[in-house]
Design a protein around this ligand. Structure first.
Ligand SMILES: Nc1ncnc2c1ncn2[C@@H]1O[C@H](COP(=O)(O)OP(=O)(O)OP(=O)(O)O)[C@@H](O)[C@H]1O
Ligand SMILES: O=C(O)c1ccc[n+]([C@@H]2O[C@H](COP(=O)([O-])O)[C@@H](O)[C@H]2O)c1
Length: 238
């Protein structure tokens, strides 16, 4: 009997705060280049290297990823990291997902060049390299190349051919926080469905100044940013 060809699964992890067209271009390139049976978008629950800032709620980030994927065949949201407590380590995710699939499944982790350059800071990165291949997209004009300790460890990796995409979630958040409409960022940086969701949920937009309850003293002075911060009024996030 001929051997059953093993499945090939791609894992694309990210904070996706928000998901943007750079992510979609990377996913598209991976589907084509790697011949994936399945691509799972792994929304990070608690990205420990981004602990210094507050992310949009996981429910919103997942909804945006689902909107971005739409009906793309073979692609789906993976919520394992949102459902797990504690910092989101990719190694924990890979161990759990691999335990649930046949042994001959071929696994690929999709990352951008910035995370590739950062890879040796990931938890148990050597074990990760033994479990998955790395498919790496160039970013900001920088071609992926293993460097430092990563270059000393034999592993499977390949470059994902894609036209460079300038989108970054940081730039999108600051443009929205400055008052730009999400619709204006579509379709170049945001998919129309994601832009629509951002608009409807009011994500990343500046918080309108609100009156602050304070004692009516004659010399209270103007309301300051410090007043607002201590009043519980949500602050704008970068
Ligand atoms: N424009 C892009 N081109 C190639 N890879 C990208 C691009 N944007 C993001 N990536 C990759 O996608 C993965 C998830 O990225 P992430 O959700 O952190 O988006 P981001 O735009 O890098 O966000 P932030 O600006 O908040 O750091 C990472 O591996 C990252 O390198
Ligand atoms: O496992 C780790 O230690 C680790 C360290 C940094 C980043 N990651 C993963 O890399 C992916 C992209 O991260 P980010 O911060 O660029 O959104 C996301 O899935 C993170 O969980 C994973």
């Amino acid at each position: 009997m001929p051997a059953r060809p093993g499945r090939r699964i791609g894992l694309f992890g990210g904070s996706f705060d928000p998901v943007h067209q750079g992510h979609l271009a990377l996913a598209q390139a991976a589907m084509g280049q790697l011949g994936l049976t399945e691509l799972r978008w792994v929304v990070a629950g608690q990205p420990w290297q981004k602990a210094d800032r507050q992310l949009a709620p996981a429910a919103d980030r997942m909804a945006m990823v689902e909107a971005a994927i739409g009906s793309a065949p073979g692609q789906r949201l993976e919520r394992i990291e949102v459902d797990r407590e504690g910092p989101s380590y990719t190694i924990d995710t890979v161990r759990a997902l691999q335990a649930a699939e046949p042994i001959d499944t071929d696994w690929w982790l999709l990352i951008g060049q910035d995370q590739h350059a950062n890879f040796c800071s990931w938890r148990d990165w050597r074990e990760l390299l033994a479990r998955v291949g790395l498919a790496v997209a160039a970013r900001d004009g920088v071609a992926p190349q293993p460097s430092g300790e990563l270059a000393t460890v034999p592993h499977r990796w390949q470059v994902l051919p894609m036209s460079p995409h300038p989108a970054s979630a940081t730039a999108i958040r600051s443009r929205l926080a400055a008052g730009e409409s999400a619709q204006l960022l579509a379709p170049a940086w945001l998919s129309p469905a994601v832009a629509d969701l951002i608009g409807r949920r009011g994500l990343y937009h500046p918080v309108p100044a609100q009156p602050v309850d304070r004692p009516a003293t004659p010399d209270a002075g103007p309301v300051t940013a410090t007043d607002r911060a201590s009043s519980g009024v949500p602050q704008q996030r970068p």
